[in-house]
Design a protein. Structure first.
Lengths: 251, 283
């Protein structure tokens, strides 16, 4: 096996549910510190791809390497792999019975065995960063959508993951709340966090992405810097998709 | 779509998973056999085992007692079936009363709360005595005086309070957004309860509900104190002849034989209807 050049590397990944082939020979390279944005119609396999990387789904074929190690090998400890990856979901998935602070300290205390006080101090730091220090004692349902999503990002970030997976993190938000979440992601990117992002926010993709990948029927149809894929797409399917997206959202 | 063939690597993974599965099966088998052997040898080698076997597990004696015990069991089954229907009705009514909203229903809420407080706390045996001996002693005209009926009434009163709490837990576990969605469509409080809340609530509490009915099946034997002959009482009478306890074991086996299919059936129905929540991948 060659030396790892990239933090995340997918080769020929396949995932099918019955006859429905969602990922069909997916290849993708994400270098450390890079932000790769996945775009494509619903059902093109974006979310499934993220779930496969986080081992929430078992791939049917192909290899996913994280920092040079094959994480699709059935012999790997999936919990260990996951604990090095942060994921943020479209619906936040905060635990409703815990305060914001306890949501964030759960994994550090239970998984990473960080002493309680240290975990709380670190969690407060994270909350400070995402601008929610005053909401530490609140329950998730007392927060707005944007605040909840920022808390969820803090929860994923607190473990200092090598890689962040972001699955349509602004899709459930009101337009005026989208900005605060995207600003936070921009900041993470500028600090060198490696990110794999599914989004419909073309403006965000143009602004932050190092590479944009257009998925079609579970394959990367077009991949390259945003200026190329978004502004001068070569493939007819990409052009059609972008036309439809800009027609509906004006972004 | 059908042209896809797993790669060399994937075939190796599949083979590995299969080996792991086989290994797990073998381990489970070996550990079960060893445990079973230890239990059999352990109990069989105790000095008193031959006597215990003769007193509790006498096959011939058990076979002899079977018809009498089975006849008693038939009473248990009938009492249980009739009571179960009434308990579901009363339990659900109490739960709906207790979760009702609005000031006008305040007395209903208080009644339901007081009822469950009292009947959950009272020992079942006391309720059976009170109804079974107390009510007929009043010598009121028009009231039945068969022991079975009053024993059954005691079971219904007590178990309704348990079941009401199970239903209430189910009703309260349905997320408020479900009610909001239903009311926003114009459904009334009652329609919301009937078409949206209760179907979800009942599905969720099915396993604990079944628990209560299995328990009822056994507690139905308590009405024997009023003089009726159920499976356990029949076994007791049999035992009194020769102090051989095998008839009790026979009754126990029959109870278990009744319970297991009931549990499996509920599990099967629930799974087929997707009542146990959606699966979410391998985690």
């Amino acid at each position: 096996m060659s030396l790892p050049k990239n933090l995340l590397s997918l080769r020929g990944v396949r995932k099918a549910y019955g006859d429905n082939v969602v990922l069909d020979g997916m290849d993708l390279e994400v270098a450390a510190g890079e932000c790769v944005v996945l775009i494509g119609a619903s059902g093109s396999g974006k979310s499934t791809l993220l779930r496969c990387v986080n081992l929430l789904e078992t791939v049917d074929d192909g290899v996913i390497e994280l920092a040079g190690a094959d994480i699709t090998d059935p012999r790997v400890d999936a919990d260990k792999v996951r604990s090095g990856i942060g994921i943020v979901f479209q619906a936040y998935n905060l635990f409703p019975h815990l305060t914001v602070l306890d949501n964030i300290t759960l994994a550090p205390i239970r998984v990473h065995r960080v002493p309680r006080d240290a975990a709380r101090a670190r969690a407060m730091e994270m909350l400070e960063r995402v601008g929610l220090a005053d909401k530490a004692a609140a329950k998730p349902d007392e927060l707005s959508g944007g605040q909840q999503q920022r808390a969820a990002i803090a929860r994923a970030m607190v473990n200092s993951p090598q890689l962040m997976l972001l699955d349509e993190v602004t899709s459930a938000l009101d337009p005026e709340l989208v900005g605060e979440v995207l600003d936070l992601l921009r900041e993470l990117k500028s600090e060198g966090m490696t990110m794999l992002v599914c989004t419909h926010e073309m403006a965000f993709a143009r602004d932050v992405a190092d590479q944009v990948c257009f998925l079609h029927h579970g394959r990367p149809l077009e991949i390259g810097p945003p200026a190329q894929v978004l502004d001068a797409p070569r493939e007819a399917r990409t052009q059609e998709f972008l036309r439809r997206v800009s027609g509906t959202t004006g972004r | 779509m059908t042209t896809w063939q797993p790669s060399e690597l994937q075939r190796e993974r599949i083979a590995y998973r299969r080996r792991q599965a086989r290994r797990s099966t073998v381990i489970a088998l070996v550990s079960s056999v060893i445990l079973l052997a230890l239990v059999v040898v352990g109990i069989g080698s105790t000095p008193g085992w031959p006597r215990v076997r003769a007193t509790f597990f006498d096959v011939h004696r058990g076979w002899e007692a079977l018809p009498v015990v089975a006849e008693g069991l038939w009473l248990n089954v009938r009492v249980m079936l009739v009571c179960a229907v009434l308990i579901v009705v009363f339990g659900l009514t109490l739960a709906i009363m207790r979760t009702s909203r609005g000031p006008i229903f305040f007395p209903l809420r208080v009644f339901a709360a007081a009822y469950t407080d009292v009947f959950r706390g009272l020992p079942l045996l006391l309720v059976i005595f009170l109804l079974g001996f107390g009510v007929p002693a009043l010598q009121l005209r028009g009231l039945p005086n068969q022991a079975v009926i009053w024993g059954g009434a005691a079971l219904v009163l007590t178990y309704s309070s348990y079941v009401a709490e199970v239903f209430r837990a189910g009703i309260e576990s349905v997320h408020p957004s479900q009610r909001a969605a239903a009311r926003s469509l114009g459904l009334s409080y009652r329609q919301t309860l009937r078409f949206v809340v209760l179907p979800q609530a009942v599905r969720r509490v099915l396993p604990p509900l079944l628990n209560d009915f299995v328990s009822l099946q056994k507690d139905s034997g308590l009405i024997a104190v009023l003089g009726v002959i159920d499976a356990i009482r029949a076994a007791q009478l049999e035992t009194a002849e020769d102090f051989n306890f095998t008839p009790y074991v026979v009754a126990g086996l029959l109870f278990v034989a009744l319970t297991i299919p009931l549990t499996r059936l509920t599990d099967y129905v629930a799974r087929r209807q997707g009542w146990y929540g959606g699966g979410g991948g391998p985690v």
